[in-house]
Design a protein around this ligand. Structure first.
Ligand code: UD1
Length: 364
């Protein structure tokens, strides 16, 4: 039987593919595990492989950073060679990063079936590179595996035939539940000298928040305000660290008392930080979902979300990136205006198995 190629490239892919890779292996299906190398720093990549018990990739493309065109094109050129050599029975991609669209496009032109994990999410904001990646990947995929019912509705509106779409639930929650026990052993709070339950956790890396000096410095003002109240733990993405330095904000941020600036964390330490946070401020996609699963209030510093179910049913609030708004919304959470919340359907830890059943039937 020809192999199934499971593709990862950037940090948010690893937690989506780990449980699926393990499920397919358990079924004794032939799997080739491919890493494009879009993310390459140890703490953006390797640490996740170790902690999530993923093997060394069978194939590593090592494409690294570059403009969107450079990065996407490099992946395509190398991945085409892999597909021609290995003749995979299926290529499975996840999420919305450049590696996702690059590999889906190559495979579909070689008539290799493409499965997309986390299909159908839409922010309706085409200024986000991820939105372009999502729309295009879904258009050329043969199997669209959705995390929530809103995704099925989006795909129906775009004319994707029903029989290609399967509602399987949120695979990141499989990883979260599988690792919750291990994360309890983390000593990260001690290491960073923060008190459990009494800090805010921050992540920030979107171009819309970090690429313009004015926007980023407004956010820093809001962080200064929050730090008068509680500590902020900020594992900074390399892109953000570079921008803070470029804009002369780095020194200022390191001088804020109660502000804990640290390097990106591995999965287990980060999960431990999330579980014990009073509040999470983020522009990430995955964190909006993980905080909903954990019941931790989340403020999303974006104008929109491709994950509306986290707002409708979960703990998420979309607040944009203006200084005043961040302060006001932070206050609301801290003053404990709690609201009703539930865990969305099929965010139950069994998504990898549901996908495995579908993939196995498809390639049989
Ligand atoms: C990518 C994804 C984004 C995801 C994010 C999570 C796309 C279009 N975007 O954005 O959806 O939320 O990953 O992290 O694919 N860099 C390093 N070391 C690394 C990786 C990156 O130093 O290991 C630096 C480089 O300077 C690089 C910059 O970060 O130029 C941006 O990396 P890139 O992969 O292009 O996009 P992200 O911003 O990480």
């Amino acid at each position: 039987m020809n192999p199934i190629i499971v593709v990862v490239g950037a940090r948010p892919n690893f937690m989506k593919m780990a449980p699926l890779y393990q499920d397919l292996k358990k079924r004794k299906l032939p799997v080739l595990f491919l890493h494009t190398g879009q993310h390459y720093d140890k703490n953006m990549s390797k640490v996740f492989f170790d902690e999530l018990e993923m093997p060394e990739p069978d194939i590593y493309l090592g494409v690294g950073s570059g403009s969107h065109a450079e990065q996407t094109a490099k992946i395509m050129i190398d991945f085409e060679k892999v597909c021609v050599k290995e003749k995979p029975s299926m290529v499975i991609v996840a999420g919305d990063v450049n590696s996702t669209i690059a590999c889906a496009l190559v495979a579909s032109k070689l008539w290799i079936p493409v499965a997309h994990v986390e299909a159908g999410l839409r922010s309706f904001d085409r200024q986000m590179p991820e939105e372009i990646n999502r729309i295009l990947t879904d258009q050329i995929s043969d199997l669209l595996l959705t995390p929530s019912v809103d995704a099925n509705e989006n795909l129906a509106k775009e004319g994707i035939p029903d029989e290609k779409v399967k509602f399987v639930g949120n695979i990141m929650i499989d990883t979260l539940l599988n690792n919750a026990g291990k994360a309890k052993k983390s000593v990260i709070h001690k290491k960073l000298k923060v008190e459990k339950g009494n800090y805010a956790l921050l992540t920030l890396h979107r171009p819309s928040n970090v690429d313009e000096k004015e926007v980023l410095s407004g956010i820093v003002n809001a962080l200064e305000y929050i730090c008068k109240d509680i500590s902020i733990v900020f594992p900074a993405h390399p892109r953000t660290t570079n921008k803070l330095k470029e804009f002369g904000l780095y020194d200022r941020i390191t001088k804020i008392s109660n502000f804990v600036l640290t390097e990106p964390k591995g999965y287990l330490d980060f999960l431990a930080l999330m579980k014990e946070a009073k509040i999470v401020l983020t522009d990430s996609g995955g964190l909006q979902e993980e905080t909903t699963a954990l019941g931790i209030p989340c403020l999303t510093l974006r104008e929109n979300t491709e994950r509306p179910i986290t707002v409708e049913q979960g703990t998420n609030t979309i607040i944009g990136n203006r200084e005043e708004n961040i302060k006001i919304e932070y206050r609301k959470v801290i003053d404990n205006k709690s609201r009703e919340q539930k865990i969305p359907d099929l965010w139950d830890g069994n998504t990898a198995k549901r996908i495995g059943d579908i993939v196995e039937a498809k390639i049989a």
